[in-house]
Design a protein around this ligand. Structure first.
Ligand code: SAH
Length: 202
């Protein structure tokens, strides 16, 4: 069965998001040894002990994010660049941070090779966000955060949305909507399992 259909059967409804899953050749984002598995709804290893997220997780999180064309979107954890490509396909102005230098370099080259043009790919610490480019309409964290980093909340526009998996061993997908300078509305979704959002000292 087609990957987009599998994801749809699991409950993702947003047509624009499903179209990105149809359109993006996921096998290109994976090591050739795993290519045969590219169109299964599973996470797989990429370089530097990291993983490319499960397509359902990518689609679900993107659906909750509600990206509009032209939105300033900050992604934490560039990884393979698959989620970055999804955001680019949705017409977002994408800023993404990766803390593993090997992945950062490789994915930067790779995305430009296959024609995706995020606004800015940063090598750095996602806990800090990108204050020089803030505020953002949307923030998506693609690694499991043991706590919600304050700088990320403060770099969100009023009216903006941040989707972040929060927790140590398993994570609760959590949406923060910024209602005003000081108020955030929090909504929790199901449990997911991500690789950890690592702090500097690790
Ligand atoms: N969006 C990616 C998911 C990769 S897994 C994809 O679609 O493939 C999560 C990524 O977060 C890993 O690449 C990991 O190196 C990165 N990461 C972990 N801690 C981080 C931090 N503090 N700042 C930025 N990136 C981080």
């Amino acid at each position: 069965m087609q990957l987009a259909k599998v994801v749809e059967n699991k409950g993702v409804k947003d047509e624009k998001v499903l179209d990105t899953i149809k359109k993006i050749p996921r096998h290109l984002f994976m090591d050739s040894s795993f290519e045969d598995h590219a169109y299964q709804d599973k996470a797989f290893p990429i370089a530097a002990d990291q993983t490319i997220s499960q397509p359902y997780t990518v689609a679900f999180q993107t659906e909750v994010l509600q990206v509009n064309k032209g939105d300033m979107v900050l992604e934490i954890g560039t990884g393979s660049g698959y989620q970055t490509a999804v955001l680019c396909e949705l017409g977002a102005r994408v800023y993404s941070i990766e803390r593993q230098q090997e992945l950062f370099k490789r994915t930067k080259l790779f995305l430009s090779k296959i024609g995706y043009r995020p606004r800015y790919l940063a090598f750095g610490d996602g806990y800090k966000g990108l204050p020089d480019y803030a505020p953002f309409d949307r923030i998506i964290v693609t690694a499991g955060a043991p706590f919600v980093p304050k700088p990320l909340l403060s770099q969100l526009k009023v009216g903006g949305r941040m989707v972040i998996p929060v927790g140590k061993d398993t994570q609760v997908m959590t949406l923060f909507e910024r209602k005003s300078e000081t108020e955030f509305e929090k909504t929790e979704f199901g449990n997911f399992r991500f690789v950890p959002l690592l702090e500097d000292r690790n």
